[in-house]
Design a binder for this molecule. Structure first.
Ligand code: ZN
Ligand code: ZN
Length: 469
């Protein structure tokens, strides 16, 4: 996931949703719709549809990194699954993306004693051209400290950032840590380093590494970029504390190829509305994953929840008024390629996208919703929040949501958004690791979260509200 969160704001204002409703505003949720929302809640809370979809994706396709045959297969899987679940229109739209091959990595300490380390190349990293690099490790507390190093001071050295991500319920420790993953290699190269190694962006204490996207800078030499496991980073720190030079060797056969254009696809499905077919309540998740796990939580859960939501709505005796559109985005992990392609291709009909919600944050139970709608529409959101309140979901009245993950690209084009925030305390134990597998899915939270998305989608498709106003 890419976090674009309003949660970093220190002036969060929660309110007991029931107290926030203006007594003078007209109700926008009819009694019939309230009864329908209640029935949907009761149905989805005991349904295993989301889990079964995630099980199908992770078992029949598995990992689906951009450019692999499994990614192509995931597109076919998604088209077939959407059709079987009751979408009445399903199609794909092409996305031009970049190819990167992970290759093999050997990374080890060579001094003070030989010891193998556990690491993963960061997505986009170059390799070592068949050579083994061996050099002294120079440690920095964080990206800012690396930036402050003198030009040329890392000539022939390996730069190492030891910053450890903090665990928080809203996952904001990720935002504080991820800059070193994205930009660390370019900054290290500017100072003369021959390779860049960082402590994984993750909250676990397992001997596994967390991959994730990085980028080089034009005009700056490209050097290999690698994340090592938290316990290995701890070992390195303890050795460095002793004041003896620490040396490391690495050999990496990763292959980026910026020139090769790889074609991927956004997979899109509609449940056509009964009264306003040209207005889209838009739901998103990303179909691609990293290669090391099976992408169950990132973002198989999102795929499962969005498809299951439409499956439940498709079984109602009458279709909701507005069209419900699910977009399974391509190539999110390497930089929102699918989302940007969709926003570009749909510039002309973006005004018909009435509101959007994404899911790309694992599956702790949802405890908060944050809208990003026009001031008049906020009353209607308050009414809906009152219905969710007994499920332990609070309304964040800041009303400043911009759209999570892929949806941020549509938010930039003016689409109103709603963000649902789960307990993300353990999400970054598994994120982008070999441990992102089906067994990590919390089925009880998944049922609750799917119920909330299904209820939101029905509400948004039925409400006679312009969420931009
Ligand atoms: Zn994700
Ligand atoms: Zn991710």
């Amino acid at each position: 996931m890419l976090l674009k969160r309003s949660l970093l704001s220190t002036k969060l204002l929660f309110c007991a949703a029931i107290l926030c409703t203006s007594a003078t505003s007209a109700a926008t949720i009819t009694d019939t719709d309230k009864a329908q929302l209640d029935q949907l809640k009761n149905t989805v809370l005991v349904s295993d549809d989301s889990y079964n979809i995630i099980e199908s994706l992770t078992t029949e396709v598995g990992a689906r990194m951009v450019g692999t045959s499994a990614e192509k297969q995931s597109v076919e899987w998604a088209v077939a699954k959407m059709k079987s679940l009751g979408f009445d229109k399903v199609w794909v739209e092409p996305v031009a993306t970049k190819l990167w091959q992970r290759g093999d990595l050997t990374i080890k300490l060579t001094s003070p004693y030989p010891h193998p380390l556990v690491g993963l190349a960061l997505g986009g990293s170059i390799g070592t051209n068949g050579k083994e690099l061996n050099a002294q490790v120079i440690q920095f507390d964080d990206l800012e400290a690396l930036k402050a190093a003198k030009e040329g001071s890392l000539e022939g050295k390996i730069a190492f950032i030891s910053y450890r991500m903090e665990r928080h319920i809203d996952g904001h420790g990720y935002g504080q840590a991820v800059g070193a993953r994205a930009a660390g290699a370019a900054v290290a190269a500017q100072k003369g380093a021959i390779a860049y190694v960082m402590r994984s962006v993750g909250t676990d204490t397992n001997r596994i590494a967390h991959t994730g996207g990085m980028r080089y800078q034009d005009g700056v030499e490209k050097i290999p970029a690698i994340a090592i496991s938290n316990p290995d980073a701890d070992l390195l720190m303890n050795q460095l504390k002793r004041g003896q030079p620490v040396e490391m060797s690495l050999n990496l056969s990763a292959k980026p190829n910026d020139k090769a254009q790889v074609r991927s696809y956004n997979v899109i499905g509609d449940l056509t509305g009964s009264e306003k077919p040209n207005e889209y309540v838009t739901l998103g998740a990303h179909l691609d994953s990293w290669d090391v796990g099976t992408g169950a939580i990132d973002d198989g859960i999102g795929v499962g929840m969005m498809l299951s939501t439409v499956h439940h709505l498709a079984q109602l005796p009458k279709r909701p008024k507005r069209t419900v559109r699910v977009i399974l985005f391509a190539a999110e992990e390497i930089g929102l390629f699918g989302a940007r392609a969709y926003a570009h291709q749909h510039k002309g009909d973006m005004s018909q996208h009435v509101i959007g919600a994404e899911w790309d944050f694992g599956n702790g139970a949802i405890y908060k919703l944050t809208p990003g709608v026009g001031p008049s529409a906020l009353n209607s959101i308050r009414e809906f929040a009152n219905i969710l309140a007994p499920m332990g979901v609070a309304l964040d009245e800041n009303n400043d949501a911009k759209g999570q993950s892929d949806m941020s690209a549509l938010g930039k084009e003016g689409m109103p958004a709603i963000n649902f925030d789960p307990d993300g305390s353990d999400y970054f134990d598994y994120h982008h690791t070999e441990n992102d597998t089906l067994d990590k899915v919390d089925q009880q939270a998944l049922r609750k979260n799917t119920a909330i998305y299904t209820m939101f989608t029905y509400f948004a498709a039925q409400a006679d509200v312009d969420f931009r106003q």
